[in-house]
Design a protein around this ligand. Structure first.
Ligand code: FAD
Length: 412
């Protein structure tokens, strides 16, 4: 059976939901359908490793909008459907169940799927944290779990570890690099989080090579390290990044590789097809134009808004300031800018107090800040990054001087 819509959005996540919301806000009156492979209405993903995992928020409280919002705005939700092929010439999609869907404009907002441990198939006790279903499955097994190994010291692994220690579980975090958060943050922040996790009883192991996942009768029994050591565990959580969900677009001839390549309006190389969010490789002005995928709610939301405005005829280019957050224990980390390619870091304040910021500089200019329980620095640092201001590192280290004051003194 074939159906058709003026705009089809693939992916009912942050970017997909926000694109539909923004289109209706922009007074787009044509038909809109969102096709999503998860069975749920769009929900916020960050709480999956935070409040939802901690059982502090119900699923209803993390919905991006309630069901009647979508009905009232005539957004057709086609949930539990997976798109497997795109025919850009015919402007038609194929779903896994054999249905075809025609589109006028396609917005690809399919995010990514968790990267799996190479050569390891599904096993009881082996989990990822990407979807509500992942977390529900994990929680269903927690009662029979004492020991958990988390593979990967990135934000998701660390956040999950922080929540699960509260449940009294014994947690080991295994990180292949010589520090946690190595891909996204500077050394002072990594060392701070390592110390915090150890203080809460987490066994953080760095520079670790994994030999294999051990299992018996289809259930994990632990992780064997290259050193020969066996870490027994009833549960293993793998947090080693995502693989962007772009196969149907690449198979249809879209430019890309690690994600699908988009221009400053989030257009792919295929006609009438945009891509946004985790799967969209774009030239980011806050990283001197380096082509990258940015995995954050901010990026998905801002790219969605940009595409809606572009469809409605506005001439804009993507230049939203990147920001991100992470909550672990009582630590509120707020990040602004992109630290990629920085050549200097300055620490403002004393990490031992639990209140400090790491400022990243590139050729003297402030390019990013990681603010730990320092909302003031986060808010004021945003202006430094937007204005691409050069500041003296010694002055920056003076946490008693507000960043705005430094910026005002440096302004031409
Ligand atoms: P998603 O929200 O992942 O949505 C994509 C949707 O498309 C999914 O539902 C997927 O199933 C669906 N899909 C994929 N392929 C197909 C297909 N072929 N057909 C149909 N549907 C398909 N960001 C922050 O800024 N701060 C945080 O604190 C933070 N914490 C996070 C914690 C966790 C546990 C996770 C998983 C992510 C977190 N993120 C955080 C990242 C943030 O959630 C993502 O950057 C954001 O969800 C990206 O939005 P998106 O629309 O690109 O993709």
């Amino acid at each position: 059976m074939t159906s058709g819509y003026d705009i089809v959005i693939v992916g009912a996540g942050h970017g997909g939901a926000q694109a539909a919301i923004a289109l209706r806000q922009q007074k787009f009156e044509g038909s809109i359908a969102i096709i999503g492979e998860e069975p749920e209405l769009p929900y916020e993903r960050p709480p999956l490793s935070k409040e939802y995992l901690a059982k502090e928020k119900s699923f209803e409280r993390i919905l991006i909008r309630p069901a009647d919002f979508w009905r009232d705005r005539a957004v057709t939700m086609r949930l539990g459907e997976r798109v497997v092929a795109v025919d850009p010439q015919a402007h038609e999609l194929q779903c896994a169940d054999g249905q075809s869907v025609r589109y006028g404009t396609l917005i690809w907002a399919a995010g990514g799927h968790p990267r799996r441990m190479p050569g390891v198939g599904p096993l009881a006790g082996l989990h990822h944290v990407r979807t509500r279903a992942d977390v529900d499955q994990l929680e269903a097994e927690l009662g029979a779990t004492d020991r958990i190994v988390v593979i990967g010291g990135g934000y998701i692994g660390l956040e999950a570890a922080a929540v699960l220690t509260k449940f009294g579980k014994s947690i080991t975090v295994l990180e292949a690099q010589d520090r946690v958060l190595a891909r996204v943050a500077g050394e002072p922040l990594s060392r701070f989080f390592e110390a915090e996790h150890r203080r809460h009883g987490v066994d953080v192991r760095l520079g670790v090579s994994i030999e294999r996942i051990e299992a018996r009768d289809g259930r994990v029994t632990g992780v064997r390290l290259a050193s020969g050591e066996m870490l027994a565990a009833e549960m293993i959580i793998v947090g080693i990044g995502i693989v962007p969900a772009v196969e149907p677009l690449l198979a249809a001839g879209a430019a890309g590789g690690n994600g699908v390549t988009v221009d400053a309006q989030c257009r792919t190389s295929l006609p009438d097809i945009f891509a946004i969010g985790d799967c969209a490789a774009h030239a980011n002005g806050f990283a001197d134009g380096a082509v990258m995928r940015v995995e954050s709610v901010q990026n998905a939301t801002d790219q969605a808004a940009l595409v809606a405005k572009t469809i409605m005829g506005q001439a804009l280019s993507y230049d939203a300031v990147p920001w991100f957050w992470s909550n672990q224990y009582d630590i509120k980390l707020q990040t602004v800018g992109l630290s990629v390619g920085h050549d200097e870091t300055v620490v403002r304040g004393d990490p031992a107090t639990g209140h400090f910021s790491v400022v990243y500089l590139k050729q003297g200019r402030v390019v990013a800040l990681d603010c730990v329980n320092m909302t003031k620095d986060y808010v004021q640092g945003r202006a430094l990054i937007t204005l691409r201001i050069a500041l003296d590192p010694e002055a920056l280290a003076r946490s008693d001087i507000p960043l705005m004051e430094l910026a005002a003194a440096a302004a031409p």
